[in-house]
Design a protein. Sequence first.
Length: 92
Amino acid sequence: MRRVIPLLLAMLLAACATKPPVQEMAEARSAVKAAREMPGEQPRANAYLKSAEQSLQEASEAIKRERYEHARQKAIEAKRQAQWAAQIKQSR
């Protein structure tokens, strides 16, 4: 019984990690689009936006290779960077 529980936990975690990060990708795309459409041209905001777009591209490539956890992390990173770009644009 002691050996079964860790095995079941490992299988459960593996099952969770085998789904593409659909929600995270949608949120990242939306955040990048919103930041891109905001008025203003601040170099710092543009740098964050460029980084967000790069992270989103890396997430898409990771999905194609079925590296879903890496894709999820890149999508989350893209969303965060896009939000920073939007925040900088709003503060000016």
